[in-house]
Design a protein around this ligand. Structure first.
Ligand code: HEM
Ligand code: HEM
Length: 224
């Protein structure tokens, strides 16, 4: 059965490329701050898309299907015989939420950054200098958190690949898992309509945040 729809799969692999580019553009390459910011806005939009998709997307991707209760989580962790989940397992669900939270925090803190040369984020001049430098610390520390989570995520996926679900990685490419479908499916038209609604909404929110929020907050443009 199809578990991961095309939008979720594209989202996942674009996310991998985007995070890699953010590291490359901030830590390795020179003169890439403009592109770093553009990719940061894109990643913020992708997080908004995923939040929206988690409510109106296909069943397997909905938060209501995979976010565990405390009881489900502790039962899953303590059980020695872990059964295969069609959507994310309870620990995987925690990782999904942590990824969305951390990447959103990273992207929003970027709005307050400057590179001490040419580039200033759109909200750089909004708060006091000490608060802004604290937020810059968040931009640094949250990325360490993201890297740690990526390491745990990849180890967990590989572990599941060999121990429980040989198809777990290919499923993020093809979308299919050889399991019975317990969920009602979305008609193709509905899938695309809902996805483009989420995409449009994310673009609108990010566009407003980048282009109009500074004006609304009365932020002075920074000049060097
Ligand atoms: C920058 C690196 C990565 C990030 C930030 C990341 C993030 C994520 C996120 C957020 C999800 C949840 C998808 C959703 O619900 O929409 C996910 C799922 C998944 N990721 Fe990654 N991922 C990364 C790298 C990888 C790599 C390298 C692999 C392959 C080895 C991989 C394999 C998977 C698989 C198989 C799932 C589905 C897990 C399941 O069936 O529960 N990821 N990833
Ligand atoms: C999820 C999105 C983002 C990721 C993963 C990310 C990642 C990073 C990393 C790893 C660094 C280096 C940390 C350090 O040197 O302290 C950095 C620095 C920086 N980021 Fe981001 N960033 C993101 C979004 C943004 C956004 C949206 C902006 C601006 C609007 C931005 C602006 C900056 C600036 C100005 C620096 C400082 C570079 C320097 O010191 O030369 N970032 N970012």
């Amino acid at each position: 059965m199809k578990v991961w729809d095309i939008y979720t799969r594209l989202w996942h692999w674009l996310l991998v490329c985007g995070i890699f580019f953010q590291w490359l553009s901030a830590e390795i390459l020179d003169d890439q701050m403009q592109n770093h910011a553009l990719m940061g806005y894109t990643l913020l939009g992708m997080m908004i898309f995923r939040l929206c998709w988690g409510f109106i997307g296909p069943e397997a991707i909905r938060f209501s299907r995979f976010v565990p209760s405390w009881h489900t989580l502790t039962h899953y962790v303590s059980s020695s015989n872990k059964h295969i989940h069609v959507s994310h397992n309870p620990l995987g669900a925690l990782a999904v939420i942590a990824f969305i939270g951390l990447i959103t925090m990273q992207a929003i803190s970027g709005f307050f950054m400057d590179d001490e040369i040419f580039f200033t984020g759109p909200l750089y001049n909004w708060l006091s200098a000490s608060t802004t430098s604290l937020i810059a610390e968040v931009h640094d520390i949250a990325f360490t958190g993201i890297l740690l989570l990526i390491a745990i995520h990849i180890i967990a996926v590989i572990y599941h690949r060999f121990k429980y679900e040989p198809f777990i990685i290919t499923a993020m490419v093809s979308g299919n898992k050889p399991l019975a479908n317990p969920y009602p499916t979305l008609a193709t038209f509905q899938l695309h309509l809902r996805a483009w609604f989420c995409i449009g909404l994310s673009i609108l929110i990010v566009w407003l945040m980048v282009n109009h929020l500074p004006d609304w907050l009365g932020v002075e443009a920074a000049f060097y």
